[in-house]
Design a protein around this ligand. Structure first.
Ligand code: FAD
Length: 233
């Protein structure tokens, strides 16, 4: 997809205002750049709408604002650590077996599994409450020390012994993400949030996918569906 649209992507330009009061939708970025369009597709994470980072004129409808209070985007984190030796199994889970087979929120896994690589890379995946144990720490150094402490305890000091380098992806701290992915208590809220406004402002992203929420393919699917709807409407 990207090569076809690369020259039309504008980076480092957060949208701060969307005015859909007139015939054209007017979008303003933090650099005061103005864009006009017949219709727009908003694909920001829910946190950005919940925190009112974007100022809508008129304001978002009340039922959307209410629905935004019924969904959460809890913490999310990945840490990738390269080691000089492979001392770990393909997967280490902390939930009981039944829960882990359905949906594990806290897992160490062999990130090179099935990949064309001879490097030893172990990854930590954590979302929701297990992630908060790491993301609530103040610094990346503190997160890293906690992870290495856990691994050393499990693998008898081998993590420190064979450590090469690491990367931390703290999605909770990313200013334009602020969490993992949407968690709904009430799926009626999803239907409300997915509704376009005035046939001008449309929404897409994982949070609006009724079948594959919380995934990349769910996000892509909602974009296809919404663009089709925008073109037909
Ligand atoms: C730890 C972790 C592991 C995951 N593992 C998987 C997995 O294995 N498989 C899978 O399918 N999914 C996985 N996911 C979920 C997946 O990453 C998301 O569901 C997906 O990225 C959501 O896509 P999206 O387009 O809805 O939102 P995002 O990918 O969050 O994209 C939103 C974009 O909007 C931009 N933005 C925000 N505010 C503004 C603004 N004001 N103006 C302009 N742009 C703005 C952001 O910078 C971002 O680029 C994982 C997520 C986490 C956190």
């Amino acid at each position: 997809m990207i090569p076809n649209i690369q020259d039309r992507i504008v980076y480092n330009s957060p949208v701060i205002e969307i005015d859909y009061s007139g015939e054209q939708v007017i979008v303003k970025t933090s650099g005061n750049k103005i864009y006009e369009a017949d219709k727009i597709l908003v694909t920001v994470p829910l946190t950005i709408l919940q925190n009112s980072f974007i100022n809508f004129t008129p304001s978002l409808p009340d039922e959307k604002l209410d629905a935004l209070t019924l969904v959460e985007m809890p913490d999310g984190l990945k840490v990738f650590i390269e080691f000089s030796e492979r001392f770990y199994p393909d997967i280490v889970m902390f939930d009981d077996l039944l829960q882990a087979s359905i949906n594990s929120n806290h897992t160490y896994y062999n990130a090179a599994f099935g990949k064309d690589s001879k490097r030893n890379v172990l990854a930590l995946f954590a979302v929701v409450q297990p992630a908060t144990r790491y993301t609530s720490l103040q610094t990346e150094e503190a997160i890293f020390n906690k992870v290495m402490g856990e691994l050393d305890a499990i693998f008898d000091g081998k993590a420190s012994q064979y450590y090469v380098k690491h990367i931390i992806q703290n999605w909770s701290q990313e200013p334009f993400i602020q969490g993992s992915y949407s968690h709904y208590d009430d799926y009626d809220a999803l239907d409300i949030l997915a509704q376009p406004i005035d046939n001008k402002v449309f929404f897409a992203g994982e949070a609006y996918s009724s079948e594959s929420q919380a995934t990349v393919h769910g996000a892509a699917e909602t974009a296809y569906q919404m663009i089709e709807r925008m073109l037909k409407a």
